[in-house]
Ligand binder design. Structure first.
Ligand code: SF4
Ligand code: SF4
Length: 248
């Protein structure tokens, strides 16, 4: 028996055998009326009975129920020392990315407000993408020239944009480095759109990120928000988060 710490002082207990705690609600069959009758939302997450294709549906329902019960007399979890036990997890395999993604999404749901939830999702996806690229040089940088821009003047990969956006490629030498590019060639903006971007060179290598393949983005954002994240390159995190709140 071990504990999995979540944010906001919540935790989950990992069990080897099923629980006989009558207060639990199976995350797969959540019913608001039953949760209200029990007076508590205490989850049972049994990965043996969860199909990856149902994750999105289950998580959206959990979010909806959590938002409703926040205004009713229903407890979220039960006290467990100085933490709040949110539920039990069975047949958890910590090496399976999809199971960890599912639990990260549960974690996201129990943030106190939408901005904090978006902030968590944003950071989590950025960390995933940074980790995906870290130390692998997929862009094949050599002497500051990446694979895609090898025959151009760019020695900063795709971290540059048109000086005159209106005339774009029609003007010669119309490029300027992105204002968020630091001297050490790192980015000060934490722009999710840029991290998700893959050029033809990377796509030919099979590297491409789709919103529907990243559970946290797929579950919690509507089509307009997803579009905004994708197209809003060269933009700092705080600005993107603010706009995501408006587009909700
Ligand atoms: S994503 Fe493409 S254009 Fe951008 S740095 Fe990598 S190889 Fe170059
Ligand atoms: S915002 Fe985008 S283009 Fe600008 S430095 Fe960061 S990653 Fe590069």
């Amino acid at each position: 028996m071990s504990k999995l710490n979540l944010d906001n002082n919540f935790c989950l207990e990992i069990l080897n055998n099923d629980t006989n705690n009558k207060a639990v609600s199976d995350i797969k069959k959540l019913k608001l009326s039953e949760i209200r009758k029990k007076g508590v939302l205490l989850l049972k997450i049994n990965f043996s009975f969860l199909n990856k294709t149902d994750y999105k549906k289950i998580l959206r329902k959990l979010l909806k129920i959590k938002n409703i019960i926040c205004n009713k007399k229903v407890e979220i979890g039960i006290k467990d020392g100085n933490k709040t036990l949110l539920g039990y997890v069975l047949n958890y395999n910590e090496t399976k990315k999809e199971q960890n993604d599912f639990l990260n999404a549960v974690n996201a749901i129990f943030y106190n407000n939408r901005y904090e939830m978006y902030n968590y999702i944003y950071d989590n996806v950025c960390d995933y993408l940074d980790g995906f690229f870290y130390g692998k040089n997929y862009c094949d940088f050599k002497n500051n020239k990446c694979g895609e821009k090898i025959n151009t003047s760019s020695n900063i990969g795709c971290c540059r944009h048109y000086k005159n956006k209106l005339l774009g490629p029609l003007l010669p030498n119309n490029f300027t480095p992105c204002e968020y590019l630091k001297e050490d060639h790192t980015c000060s903006a934490k722009c999710l759109g840029c991290k998700l971007f893959t050029c033809d060179y990377l796509r030919k290598k099979g590297i491409r990120f789709k919103m529907k393949d990243i559970l946290l983005l797929d579950v919690f954002f509507n089509p307009l928000q997803k579009y905004y994240i994708k197209v809003k390159v060269f933009t700092p995190k705080e600005k993107i988060l603010k706009r995501l709140m408006i587009l909700y």
